[in-house]
Every structure is written in C-alpha cells, then in structure tokens.
Design a protein around this ligand. Structure first.
Ligand code: PNS
Length: 188
C-alpha cells in the first residue's frame, strides 16, 4: 500500500523547522505532499507563488516530496489526492492544544484520515514563521532559523529594514573616538 500523507500549512515563510519535519516525514511516508493553504491570511508576507517556489527549491532533492496548494478544507483536499494521513509538527506543549483540537475536528469531518504528529529537532523548537517575520521586519538576523534562500528572499523584501539595522550596528561598532570625530565634523 502506498501511504500518502499531506503536510498542510501556511509556510509564510518556510522555516528550518518546516524543512526538518518534511525530511522526517519523507522517511516514513511513500509520498509526502506539502500543501500550502491559499487563503490562510489576508495579507501574507509572501505570495502563494513565492512560497510554492521556495518550497520546491528546498525539497528538490527529496524525490517523494511534492508541493501543492489548496483551498477550503484540509480533509477535502486530502481525500482528493487519496492521502490517508495528515502530518503536523508539534514543537512544545503549547502547540498541543490547538493541534489536538484541529486533529479531532478533522477526524470528525473525515474519520478515515489519521493525523500524525512529529517533533522537529529541538534546536528549532522555538522557531515559527510568525516570529521569523517579526524579527526580519525589524531588521534582525534570521540566519539559522530559515534556509538560506528564504533568508535572501526576506532580505530582498525587507531591504530598508535591514539597511537601517546594519547602519545602527555599524555605528555601534565604531570606536568612541571615531564617533566623536564624526560629531565634530558634523558640527563644523
Ligand atoms: O501553518 P498553519 O497556519 O498552522 O496551518 C494551519 C492549517 C492550514 C493546517 C489549518 O488552518 C487548516 O487546515 N486550514 C484549512 C481549513 C480547514 O480545514 N479547517 C478545519 C481544520 S480544523
């Protein structure tokens, strides 16, 4: 039996935690379909097309993983592609309540579908798309939290915030004497 699972989510943007879970899922399912919800948020940072492209690039080496998008109910989409499992990641106890609710609702909607929970590596246990967006929007570093291509995309999108952050950092690194000299030059 070919066990097909879907890994649904917003992936705005994909993080190293998502990628870690995809790699784990790909090892236990014959086919894993990473499914991006099309209408998850009114104003996402990345368009569905951008997220699709990033995830495609990130999973190019995983032959049993494919990326798709869907609208409406997750269970309906799962049925339409004959998936039998929904894969979701649980990072901490705080995720559990929401995930349990969702899994039980999905079971109510479609009793034949099973939800499988997996844990990403503990080094990603605090990483979420929302926090990555927040840090990046304020010009902070997201290295190690997201794959390099996502980091690059974030930089492109948020260039002014990063420029501001880099400038502040550069000024802070300057020696007090150099700062004083600059101030005097400005006053003159
Ligand atoms: O990455 P996210 O935002 O935590 O993913 C949430 C997602 C997309 C899995 C969830 O919102 C979802 O399944 N939405 C589709 C609509 C649906 O089926 N709702 C009922 C699930 S209880």
């Amino acid at each position: 039996m070919q066990r097909v699972a879907i890994y649904p989510g917003s992936f705005d943007p994909p993080t190293n935690g998502h990628l870690d879970l995809i790699e784990r899922g790909a090892k236990i399912f014959e086919e894993l379909v990473v499914a991006i919800l099309r209408n998850s948020e009114k104003s996402p940072m990345f368009s569905v097309a951008e997220r699709l492209e990033m995830l495609r690039q990130l999973t190019a080496d995983l032959k049993n993983v494919r990326i798709d998008t869907f609208d409406g109910l997750t269970v309906e989409y799962a049925k339409s592609i004959e998936a039998t499992c929904i894969l979701r990641g649980i990072r901490a106890i705080s995720d559990y309540e929401y995930e349990l609710q969702m899994a039980l609702m999905n079971r109510k909607l479609e009793p034949t579908l099973e939800t499988v929970f997996m844990m990403p590596a503990d080094k990603y246990s605090y990483v979420s798309s929302r926090l990555v967006r927040e840090v990046a929007q304020a010009g902070g570093p997201v290295k190690g939290l997201v794959p390099e291509i996502v980091e690059k995309k974030l930089r492109e999108k948020l260039e002014p915030a990063y420029r501001f952050h880099d400038e502040i950092h550069r000024v802070e690194q300057e020696s007090p004497a150099a700062r004083e000299k600059k101030k005097r030059k400005k006053r003159a």
